[in-house]
Design a protein around this ligand. Structure first.
Ligand code: PLP
Length: 390
């Protein structure tokens, strides 16, 4: 009886940070060094990320959202512009567009990859825009369409060759939201390094964490230089307080970068574990009426989050919660959120809404044990057998 109760009470979290490397040691060294805002761990962390991703420049920032904010600024997005984003993403992608006084245009997703539907994107650009010497403009509103933000959702990477070709034809800057795809590669290239700029996040639920943090990736020397300038209050004189444009305080601080250095040492292991978890779920439920995200050709996903689509997903979430197993729905489509009601939404069949309604994110901590994973699968298995019989 005692055993039964402990068994029931032990909870399985959705996605816990894993700080079992040299995090404490490096953070203590950072504190002892008395270098807090900047310092050697920040430079080392940026270098580790650059080596891993093969990006020419990596700039550490305060979080993934500020990385997007700065990247969109660098891409030339201005007040009144339109920026294309997928309808299914974390809200930060669309919020960053709004911070600049621009408006997101939500593009529906593909039903199998859950990424921005590039056919739909092309159809919109070919039929609802015009181009002149000032760029690409929306036919109805005459607003400039300045950029497109592909989101490599849950680790699956967009078909960047095709997206870059479309963006080139319509003069759009490409900013990749790679917040959740650190460790994902497609055709040998790391996510976030195929566009003009890429952004990643080290929030505590991401594949590596600095508690809060992010980075901007780019191969463009001038953009990298300007990124560093913008995130340090646009200070243009070494000692005098001269600031030559509107800047931000968006730097990643040294003790958190120290945590990042320790996390980077473990990243390859984390990716392997995430892949194992994803493969386990796919194998376990292959014969059930569920759907998993289909990877684009050439994508080697980090499988940051294992998610599946199932009818009555909310009942399944409740059934798992009753067993102390934490799961979450997929994100609400951006076009359904109050802040974005006035913004344009391009869709044929409202796929994002359907994926969101049926989506469930499954426990996928890199520290999850085989027993825990088995318990999750058994509980889901019971639910699915019952609901299929009915
Ligand atoms: C996590 C995430 C962000 C935001 O990153 P933060 O570090 O939390 O600000 C942006 N976009 C996507 C797709 C994310 O998953």
């Amino acid at each position: 009886m005692q055993d039964m109760e402990t068994y029931k009470l032990s909870s399985i979290p959705l996605c816990e940070p894993n700080l079992n490397g040299r995090e404490k040691q490096y953070m203590a060294e950072a504190i002892d060094s008395n270098w807090l805002s900047g310092g050697s761990f920040l430079r080392r962390f940026e270098q580790q990320l650059a080596d891993y991703s093969d990006a020419a420049h990596v700039i550490g920032v305060s979080n993934g959202t500020s990385a997007l904010h700065v990247a969109l600024t660098l891409a030339g997005v201005e007040k009144g512009d339109l920026v294309l984003v997928p309808d299914l993403t974390f809200v930060a992608t669309a919020n960053a567009v709004k911070y600049l006084g621009a408006s997101p245009v939500m593009v529906d997703i593909d039903a199998s990859t859950w990424l921005m539907d590039l056919d739909l994107l092309l159809d919109f650009l070919e039929n609802q825009t015009y181009q002149n010497s000032g760029g690409c403009f929306h036919r109805d509103s005459h607003r400039r369409i300045k950029a497109v933000v592909p989101v490599h959702l849950l680790g699956n990477i967009c078909e960047m060759e095709r997206l870059n070709a479309i963006a080139g034809r319509f003069e759009l800057a490409v900013v990749e939201d790679a917040a959740c795809s650190l460790g994902s590669f497609r055709n040998g290239r790391h996510s976030g390094t195929s566009g003009l700029l890429g952004t990643v996040s080290f929030n505590s639920n991401k594949i590596i964490t600095t508690a809060g943090g992010g980075a901007i990736l780019t191969n463009d020397d001038a953009l990298a230089k300007r990124a560093r300038h913008l995130i340090t209050q646009a200070k243009s004189h070494p000692t005098e307080y001269i600031h030559d444009e509107l800047g931000y305080n968006f730097r990643l601080v040294n003790p958190l970068a120290a945590m990042g250095c320790a996390q980077m040492e473990q990243l390859p292991g984390f990716v392997l574990k995430k892949k194992e978890i994803a493969a386990h779920y796919r194998q376990e439920f292959g014969d059930y009426e569920v759907m998993f995200q289909q990877l684009t050709p050439g994508t080697d996903s980090n499988h940051w989050h294992s998610a599946m689509l199932v009818n009555e997903s909310r009942s399944l979430i409740a059934a798992l919660a009753a067993e102390n197993i934490e799961t979450r729905p997929l994100w609400t489509p951006i076009h359904e959120l109050p802040v974005f009601q006035q913004d344009l939404y391009i869709s044929r069949e409202n796929i994002a809404a359907d994926v969101s309604r049926r989506g469930i994110m499954l426990p996928c901590s890199t520290s999850i044990s085989d027993e825990q994973l088995q318990r999750v699968c058994q509980t889901i298995g019971r639910f699915l057998s019952v609901s299929i019989k009915i």
